[in-house]
Design a protein around this ligand. Structure first.
Ligand code: NDP
Ligand code: ZN
Length: 172
């Protein structure tokens, strides 16, 4: 519990000036907390490393946080999970999207679980509070891409995969 709370405090600080892309520009930290909430309270996952990695999952990708900083604060196991779900931002968006599909099956079980929660939360956001300027086609494209990623990692957590499938039914 204490380690999870320090991860929430750490992520809240790192994302403090960022907002989600929805119309009201929600605080960014709602999203990492949302992943941990889905994992713990909808899928019944108690693995502390998974919950902490979920809270930290966008710190490397979207803030100036370094891998070394995460290792020092939260240890190598948690950091490795975060790194496995972090896109290489030197690549084009199209390459990052393609690589997520290609790599989904090769990452660790814990990273797959975090990735599933990320896709569940982003699909729910697109269904309920989408980026203001997204067309219908772009929303549909995102749903289909997320499903392609998830189809590449199935067999890791049936209950969480079921939650994803129920969420996919929200496809606009
Ligand atoms: P972005 O990567 O720009 O945005 C999606 C990401 O934004 C999510 O994965 C999520 O990432 C984050 N996010 C923040 N707020 C929200 C929110 N409210 N709802 C959902 N996600 C949110 O967009 P795309 O994934 O679409 O990537 C760009 C691609 O889109 C291009 O490769 C291009 O091919 C395509 N495109 C399609 C268009 C069309 O009209 N069909 C038009 C333009 C581009 P996180 O969890 O990491 O924060
Ligand atoms: Zn995310």
């Amino acid at each position: 519990m204490n380690r999870l709370l320090s991860a929430i405090a750490f992520a809240a600080h790192k994302h403090r000036d960022q907002r989600r892309k929805d119309l009201v520009a929600s605080p960014y930290i709602n999203h990492p907390i949302g992943l941990a909430n889905v994992l713990a309270n909808e899928a019944g996952i108690e693995d502390e490393r998974v919950l902490i990695a979920a809270v930290l999952h966008d710190t490397i990708e979207d803030t100036e946080t370094t891998e070394l900083e995460l290792v020092r604060e939260f240890g190598k196991e948690v950091t490795d999970i975060v790194m496995e779900v972090t896109d290489d931002k030197t690549l084009s968006k199209a390459d990052r999207k393609r690589l997520q599909i290609e790599h989904a099956g090769t990452i660790s079980r814990r990273a797959k679980v975090v990735k599933l929660a990320d896709k569940i939360c982003n699909l729910r956001d697109i269904a309920n509070s989408p980026p203001a300027d997204w067309s219908l086609g772009r929303k549909q494209e995102y749903f289909d891409w997320a499903k392609a990623v998830v189809d590449g990692l199935r067999g890791v957590h049936p209950a969480l995969e079921h939650i994803f499938d129920e969420t996919y039914k929200l496809r606009p």
